[in-house]
Design a protein around this ligand. Structure first.
Ligand SMILES: Nc1ncnc2c1ncn2[C@@H]1O[C@H](COP(=O)(O)OP(=O)(O)O)[C@@H](O)[C@H]1O
Ligand SMILES: [Mg+2]
Length: 275
């Protein structure tokens, strides 16, 4: 067996190497919290899924891990969610070009300049195709699938409007924050052929849209809702949680009314004005 280094410089180098390996294979080390796991598992039974969770609790990370599993086929042993056994085509969506770049895209492939430190293992990123108009925004990511095929993840922003969501057939779609009803209905059409999963990761502080209301109020055997609070996650100290919660009222500029959700959560919704 190779002896471990003892001189400090070599030890530091070894630690840096191990850290790099870990950051370049986040998927292999993802240990979902119970609520994240429940959200993934619901994919086996429900076509449309909503994860309502507090800011910074791990919504985008959970969505990004699920997308990376569908793209690589490297489902872990604990996976009980929806499963594809061939290369897939899917979308990762967000509100604006900048937001989708800084949230969903960053979680999938890492920050610009640190490509390969997201949820898609560095070794499986075959190609990234740049989008036009917004610096560092990608149009799509090509990913090696374990069956030998190539998966594609398109990066989309709702800002581009319903037309940008027309055309392709998809295996799945991930919405990091919910789209408006017109875009959402387009996304359901795109994923219709095999009743492909549509997952939405959502922060309630932003208010309740028509799409979210559909999940919360119009119950359907197609739709599931999982809610997660900061008490469901382990990556913050009690002090950090207090600070995050203290930040919430400052984020609500307009008056809010409380909505009580089953086993939820997170502060308050801003209810839309009655028509
Ligand atoms: N299961 C988990 N284990 C460890 N850390 C996690 C887990 N889920 C999320 N995190 C960490 O929580 C932080 C916030 O996650 P993120 O998904 O960006 O939050 P948000 O809910 O605001 O989208 C990230 O640094 C992420 O690494
Ligand atoms: Mg997020």
């Amino acid at each position: 067996m190779e002896a471990l280094p003892t001189n400090p410089a070599a030890v530091r180098e070894l630690i840096a190497e191990l850290e790099r390996e870990k950051s370049e294979d986040k998927l292999g080390t993802y240990k979902p919290y119970a609520k994240q796991k429940a959200f993934h598992e619901a994919g086996a039974t429900y076509r449309e899924r909503l994860l309502i969770a507090a800011n910074q609790s791990g919504k985008t990370f959970a969505g990004g891990c699920e997308v990376a599993y569908h793209a690589t086929g490297k489902y872990p042993n604990w996976w009980k969610g929806r499963r594809f056994d061939k290369a897939t085509a899917g979308w990762a969506c967000g509100e604006t070009n900048e937001v989708v770049r800084d949230a969903a895209q960053r979680i999938l492939i890492g920050r610009p300049g640190a490509q390969g430190t997201g949820t898609i293992p560095k070794a499986d990123i075959l190609e990234t195709v740049s989008a036009r108009g917004t610096p560092d925004l990608l149009d799509s990511i090509k990913v090696r699938h374990i069956d030998g095929g190539v998966s594609i993840i398109g990066i989309k922003s709702y800002q581009r409007g319903r037309e940008a969501f027309q055309g392709e057939s998809l295996d799945y779609c991930w919405c990091d924050e919910e789209p408006d009803a017109a875009v959402y209905s387009e996304i359901l059409t795109r994923t219709n052929i095999n009743a492909g999963p549509v997952l939405i990761t959502f922060t309630p502080l932003k208010g309740m849209s028509e799409v979210v209301r559909r999940f919360l109020i119009e119950k359907s055997p197609d739709r599931s809702v999982t809610s997660m609070t900061l008490d469901d996650v382990d990556h913050y100290s009690e002090e950090e949680k207090k600070n995050l919660l203290r930040a919430i009222p400052r984020m609500s500029a307009r008056p809010v009314r409380r909505v009580f959700l089953p086993s939820a959560v997170v502060a308050s919704f801003r209810l839309p004005k009655k028509a």
